[in-house]
Each structure stands twice: as C-alpha cells, then as structure tokens.
Design a protein around this ligand. Structure first.
Ligand SMILES: [Zn+2]
Ligand SMILES: [Zn+2]
Length: 356
C-alpha cells in the first residue's frame, strides 16, 4: 500500500479523530458516485483511507509500517467493520442503501437518521514486559462473549432453510407506536422485537442459538500491539465486542499495562540506561560491557569522562517508521569506593600533588 492516506484526506499526521471524520465527510460528499460530478474511484480511495485512519489500531499499524495487518487481526467470524471489505463490489445507484445496511452506525457520516443497535463494548487488560512494549507483538487472548452463531452465521435460521417476512413488523424491521403526550401525539420507532430489525424471521430457527443468531462462547482474539506502546494506552478493535441479534457488534478495548524495567526507561523514541563506572575508568577511559534490549554489547568510555556526559548507541532504541530506531542513551555514573586502602590513599596523595 504505497498510498498516503493522510494526503488522500488532505490532513496531516497529527490530525484528530474529529479532523479525520470531517475531512472524510467533505470528500465523501464530493466524490459520492451518485452525485453529479462524483468520482467512484476517488470515493473508494478516500473510503479506504478513512477506514484505516479512523481505527486506532489500524492507524497505529499504518503509521508504524505503512500498511495494516488485516490478517493479524482477530479470527472472530462476522463482519468486523471495514476489515477485508472489498469496495469494488459496490455498484452504482443503490450505493447509499448498501453502505448503510452494511455499516449500520456509519450512516451518521452521511447525515442519515437511522441508528442501528450495537452489541456491548468489552474492555480487557493486557500486561506486557518492558521489552514487549518496545518491540510490539501479537498477543492471543481468550475472551468469553456473545459471538455470532457459528451454525447459522448470525442469520438465526437453520442452515439450508428459508426465511419469511416478519409477521410482526411486516418486513419493516421496526415498529412504530403512537404515544399521547400533553403536547400532542407523537410516534416512537423501535426495532422489531420479533425479528430484531432483520425484517425476516427463519421458517425454522437455528437449533444451536434458537434463532437469536448469537451464542456465548470463548473466542481467541489476536491483539496486534504496535512497537513503542506506552503504559495505559488503549487499543480499540472495531467489531470485536459482543454480538447482538439484528445489529452490529460492539468494540473491544484493550488496555495495556507495561511493567517498569530495572535497567531501561523510555524517553520518546530513545531508551535510557545507567552505567556505573570506576573513578579510575572515568579518568583513564575503559571498555565496558553493557546490556541493550538486543543483547549485551561493548561500549568505550572515553578518558576524562565527566559525570553528566551521555554516551549514545545508535539504533538500539524504540522502533520507528520505515525500520528506523531511536538510540540507547547511557548515563554514566561515577561510583566512588566505599573505603580506601593505605596504598590507595598514598597514590591519591601523589595525584593531589599533581594537581588532580
Ligand atoms: Zn444459530
Ligand atoms: Zn419484525
């Protein structure tokens, strides 16, 4: 994916979610294929850019690697937002309807009024070692939640059986009730309780979920954790929350807890570590062995090293874009001996005589 999604939406890399949404809304209206002067190819491009940049997890992947990892995502069945969706299947005239049907809550982008019910959001916690947080990883977690029924794929119908128009709502998917109030009669629209807004009911309900289309089960979810994630950061995984009858799934929020490390701390893209050295090495220079997150390495402490100086090992810090990495900064600390032998004292007196 060589496309620059930020450029496509005409925004910069620090754009907020609101900026991204605003930019997409404007461009989607401009290029919408149904509009006079619309441009379907452009519309698909900006939609693709929006689908990635509006999703925290995908945006982080895109920022770090210039692409997203749909395959590294969750294995859970069912529609998960834009994941793996092929925009080329969109036709011409009935585009708006398709988009709303498929993306449900997405209709608010186009100013549509119909809001679909969504499943509950779930939040889980993940603990990482310091090293895992620096390099990132894919962590598999088990989550027990309401998921799309595997037998009927969420339709609620026994496989290979037909559906019929819902008798309660006559296929409208919603029921309208008139209510009287001191201000007059108004109507309330709510999703049909029989078909859960699906408009159809199975002739023979699925034997596994009894027609709800949802079953509670344990799911393994692969959480992609980008390199350099900070303690307390939250990863949002669109569509991996709880499933619901006749509505889109909720989202899964993963809160990251990073254990502090005894040797290293993170400062932006750099890692910082302390190196205790002997007084004589500070004066004469020496080679020290030092730990990095990539393993031990040797470092030359130059002579006449002052206490406040910082040594630097390039490229042993936090991964950045395009394979680059920050540096490892080494804060040199001169350790004084706890006591001095008679000879050491004599030698130091001589040094004092030298003016040192
Ligand atoms: Zn089922
Ligand atoms: Zn109904």
């Amino acid at each position: 994916m060589a496309k620059d999604y930020y450029q496509l939406l005409g925004i910069d890399k620090k754009a907020s979610k609101e900026d991204i949404k605003k930019a997409f809304r404007t461009l989607a209206h401009k290029y919408h294929p149904d509009k006079k002067g619309g441009d379907e190819a452009k519309f698909k491009e900006v939609s693709e850019a929006y689908s990635v940049l509006s999703d925290d997890k995908k945006r982080a992947e895109y920022d770090a690697y210039g692409k997203t990892f749909a395959g590294a995502g969750p294995s859970a069945g069912g529609a998960t937002g834009f994941e793996g969706f092929d925009f080329s299947q969109f036709g011409g005239a009935d585009f708006d309807i398709d988009l709303n049907d498929i993306f449900g809550g997405f209709s608010d982008i186009f100013g549509g009024g119909r809001r679909e019910q969504r499943g509950r959001d779930i939040s889980i916690d993940i603990e990482l070692t310091f090293k895992e947080s620096i390099f990132g990883l894919t962590r598999r977690v088990l989550v027990t939640k309401d998921s799309t029924c595997n037998r009927c794929s969420g339709s609620g119908a026994e496989p290979n059986t037909k559906t019929k128009t819902c008798p309660t709502c006559n296929g409208k998917g919603q029921v309208v009730e008139s209510r009287r109030s001191p201000f007059g009669v108004f109507s309330v629209t709510s999703p049909c309780a029989t078909c859960h807004g699906r408009r159809v009911v199975p002739e023979k309900p699925c034997t596994h979920c009894h027609g709800s289309g949802v079953e509670r089960r344990e799911e393994e979810i692969a959480v992609f954790i980008p390199a350099g994630i900070d303690n307390g950061q939250v990863i949002r995984m669109t569509g991996l929350g709880e499933a619901i009858s006749g509505g889109g799934p909720g989202d899964l929020y993963v809160k990251v807890h990073v254990h502090a490390d005894k040797k290293f701390r993170k400062e932006g893209f750099n890692l910082v570590t302390d190196l205790p050295i002997k007084v004589s090495d500070a004066l004469l220079g020496a080679e020290y062995s030092i730990d990095t997150l990539d393993g031990p390495t040797a470092i030359n402490v130059p002579p006449l090293q002052s206490v406040d100086e910082i040594l630097r090992i390039k490229g042993k810090g936090v991964p950045m874009e395009r394979g680059r990495r920050g540096d490892l900064l080494i804060r040199v600390r001169v350790e004084f001996p706890h006591k001095l032998s008679r000879e050491a004292k004599d030698l130091l007196s001589k040094l004092k005589g030298e003016g040192i």
